[in-house]
Every structure is written in structure tokens, then in C-alpha cells.
Design a protein around this ligand. Structure first.
Ligand code: SF4
Length: 443
């Protein structure tokens, strides 16, 4: 979501004359768009500000004003504390307020320091500037689109309900209009994003309620859309109509990221996850019954307060039972202000030892999953040039990177590719036919 938000900030600042640069020395404005999910997020931001402050001071010696802004969830959580601790920062903007950046920057240019972390009454998506066609094209053929923000679930380890606020969903037609703009500029794969994306509850043009499944079906009709994905889901919101969409919408990729966090019911209850190991497995069974070639990935937290060796083994056995195609795994680390931060903590060495064991099991399953593709012919959406001359990189339906020798004119098309070799991070394939089997409008 921060990638998407960063793009929208750049789009919103473009009419004021700002252009993106990857070099902070060239910048008149540096925005640190922060994520509070990261461990020690706030400390890392302060050390980054220290580095950028030196660039700001060098710019000032050259008679040039450089502004530093901190945005995102750390900005939301820390607020004016950031300016108190780091005087070089000019502007602190929360995750729901970045549509106001142009006005805030005008005030900073007049010498003000600004902190804006109130949850606004207006809808930021109504105000944000649309991306220009060339900006979309520069960002590639695959794009994120935020459809939902915030969370009402209050897992005891998580800051999202505090930093992103209550669940809100964008109206269907606004999302359709954004996706149409993207496809007209060459995008052919869209990933719908939200902290709780399958809790999406928007409205269609006639004011009727719309679920994520209904939204996906509508977007599948947009000319130029070849692939749809969504992330991140909660097991409790995996409704029957979303399960059915996996069976009936060919554009919806057979790959579901569904965080479980733990395989122990005791720990899941302590996390306030609102699902059990059994209900989670039921959800996967319903999805597999709808589409047999679905693959699953997940998130795991290791060493949550009170986790015993037996709880941890429940997590390992769940991974073996499901056979995940991949997973993100983290050692639990307390987030100030969350209930779990006040619970009895697992010693660091135990957490670290369990994480290594867990990651070894996940890697084994990931390798098995990838090895199953040897010799198979799969659809690959070609995305961009590879590292070697004449090589392109694309993605399989399961998000595996696939390297293939192919002409650049095939970027933005889906090609049949036979997998010849399985690498550590990519598959290597041979193009089956030089003729595009599907091509996006405008690509
Ligand atoms: S459902 Fe996800 S976003 Fe919401 S509180 Fe739990 S972990 Fe955080």
C-alpha cells in the first residue's frame, strides 16, 4: 500500500511542478513514506532523517531550500514527536491526509512547520490528482489500486486499526474509472489492495452494496485487463461469493495470500484473530473445492507472547498440512500501544531459534512447489527487460518470476512458456510461440 500511496503523492504533487527523482541530492522535497509494520520502524526513520538532514544542510549552503516530510503510519503514530526529536523535518502527514500535500508544502515554503495527522472528514481519493499517462507507463504494466483502507479487527499485535483508522471502502465506479485510466495507459494486471481487502463493502452506481467478488467481476470486464489479484485478506471475510469468483472469473489469478499468523488455537485467541486453525483450514478447503489449482501463501508471527514449544509445533504442523507455496514470517516484536506489548514476552533467543526452524520448513515447501513446474507450460505475463540482452522477465499466475528470451514488443502480453530450469528466485523458460495469445489494449 505504501508503494501505491507514494505514487499517489507524486501524482498529487505533479501539478505543482514536482517531478520524481531517485537522487535525494537533486530533490527540493524528500518524503519518507513510512510503514509501522517494520520492527523498530520509528528508530529507523530517525536514523534516515539524520542522513537526509546532511543533504538538506548542504543544499542550504548552496542557497537552496530542501523540505523533509514524513508520511505514512509512523507519521500517524508519532505525530509532533517527530518534529520535536528531528528539527530538520518540516512536515508530518498521516496516512489519510496526503491529498492535502500541495497546500501543506506551500505553507512550509512560507516557513511553517506542519503536523497533520487528524483523520479527515473529506475522502482523500476524491481529491487526489489522477496519474498522468506517462507516469502510469513509467511504472509498468502491473499496478496496485487501493479499494479499501483501515481495519476494525484489532488483532492484539497490530497497529493498523490505530494508524489507518476504521474500515472504509471506495465506491465501485471510482475504482472502475481508475482501472480504466490505468489500462488505457498500458496496465494489464491490477492488484486490488487493502489492509482487509476482502472486507470490502463498497456501493455500485445505483447505491447497492458491493462485495469484493462483485467488484472483481466488474473489473474483469474492463477492456485490457488480463489479470486480477487482491491482497491482503482475512480468513473470516472469505465469503462464498468470493470463493465462487475464484471458480468463475478467469482473470482472477489462482493464488491467494491468506495470513494465518499461528497454527495454535490458544495463540490465535490471544492474538484476537477471530479464526481458529480449524476455520482457517475450512476456508482453504472451500477455495480448493472451487478451484483445484489454487496455491496459498501466508504470514506467520513467531514467538508471540505466551507461545510455548507446543504452540510453535502446531504452527509447523499447519504449514506441513497446507503446503504453502511461500510465506512471510516475522519474530514478534511489540508495537507500543497494542495489547500484546503488555503481555509476557518470549525470550529473544527462543524467538530467533523458532524463526529459523519455521523458515526452513517454509523454504522446503516453497522449493517443492516451484519444483512442480519443471517441464510444465504456463502462462507468463511479460513485464520488463531482464538482466541479459534479449531477455524478458514476467510473472506466472503464482507470481513466480520467469526469465525468458523474448522480443521486447511482447511486454504486456501473456505468453505460453515451458519451464526449463528452476532457480532459487526465478523460473527459466522457453517461449512456446512468438505470437501473443493475449495482449492488453494500449500495451
Ligand atoms: S486483521 Fe490485519 S490489519 Fe486488521 S488488526 Fe489484524 S493484522 Fe492488523
Amino acid at each position: 500500500m505504501n508503494v501505491y500511496d507514494s505514487h499517489r503523492m507524486a501524482d498529487t504533487l505533479a501539478p505543482a511542478g514536482f517531478m520524481e527523482t531517485s537522487n535525494p541530492e537533486d530533490a527540493d522535497l524528500v518524503i519518507l513514506n513510512t510503514c509501522h509494520i517494520r520492527e523498530k520502524a520509528a528508530e529507523k526513520i530517525y536514523s534516515e532523517i539524520g542522513r537526509i538532514r546532511q543533504i538538506k544542510e548542504a543544499a542550504a549552503r548552496d542557497g537552496r531550500q530542501m523540505m523533509i516530510a514524513v508520511a505514512g503510519c509512523v507519521a500517524q503514530a508519532e505525530g509532533k514527536e517527530i518534529i520535536r526529536r528531528a528539527g530538520a523535518v518540516d512536515l508530518v502527514v498521516g496516512s489519510q491526509n496526503y491529498h492535502r500535500l500541495p497546500q501543506m508544502i506551500a505553507r512550509v515554503e512560507r516557513g511553517e512547520k506542519i503536523v497533520d495527522t487528524e483523520f479527515p472528514v473529506e475522502d482523500k481519493f476524491e481529491i487526489l490528482a489522477a496519474p498522468k499517462r506517462d507516469a502510469i507507463a513509467r511504472r509498468g504494466i502491473s499496478s496496485f489500486v487501493t479499494v479499501q483502507e483501515g481495519c476494525d479487527k484489532f488483532c492484539t499485535f497490530c497497529v493498523v486499526p490505530y494508524t489507518r483508522g476504521a474500515e472504509i471502502s471506495r465506491p465501485v465506479e471510482k475504482i472502475v474509472a481508475e482501472v480504466e485510466r490505468l489500462t488505457e495507459a498500458g496496465v494489464c494486471e491490477v492488484t486490488l489492495i487493502g489492509q482487509n481487502v476482502n472486507a470490502y463493502h463498497g456501493h455500485d452506481r445505483d447505491g447497492r452494496p458491493a462485495t469484493l467478488a462483485k467488484l472483481l467481476r466488474r473489473l474483469a470486464q474492463v477492456r485490457g485487463i488480463l489479470r486480477l489479484r487482491y491482497t491482503t485478506s482475512h480468513p473470516r471475510d472469505m465469503t462464498d461469493d468470493l470463493v465462487a469468483a475464484h471458480a468463475e472469473v478467469p482473470e482472477l489469478m489462482p493464488y491467494v495470500h491468506l495470513p494465518v499468523q499461528s497454527g495454535s488455537d490458544r495463540i490465535l485467541a490471544s492474538m484476537n484473530r477471530k479464526h481458529t486453525r480449524g476455520t482457517y483450514l475450512d476456508v482453504l478447503a472451500r477455495l480448493r473445492a472451487a478451484r483445484a489449482d489454487l496455491a496459498f501463501t501466508s504470514d506467520f508471527i513467531v514467538g508471540f507472547p505466551g507461545e510455548t514449544e507446543a504452540d510453535f509445533r502446531d504452527t509447523l504442523s499447519l504449514i506441513d498440512e497446507v503446503g504453502f507455496a511461500g510465506a512471510f514470517s516475522f519474530m514478534y516484536s511489540p508495537r507500543p500501544g497494542t495489547p500484546a506489548a503488555e503481555m509476557d514476552q518470549v525470550p529473544q533467543e527462543e524467538k530467533s531459534e523458532r524463526l529459523q526452524r519455521l523458515q526452513a520448513v517454509i523454504t522446503r515447501h516453497q522449493r517443492t512447489f516451484n519444483a512442480g513446474f519443471a517441464g510444465r507450460t504456463i502462462d507468463v505475463l511479460l513485464e520488463k527487460p531482464g538482466r541479459l540482452p534479449g531477455q524478458l522477465v514476467g510473472r506466472s499466475p503464482y507470481l513466480q518470476a520467469v526469465q525468458v528470451m523474448a522480443p521486447s514488443k511482447l511486454i504486456g502480453s501473456i505468453q505460453r512458456v515451458t519451464v526449463a530450469e528452476i532457480g532459487t528466485n526465478s523460473l527459466f523458460g522457453v517461449l512456446e510461440s512468438p505470437v501473443p495469445v493475449l495482449a492488453a489494449a494500449g500495451a
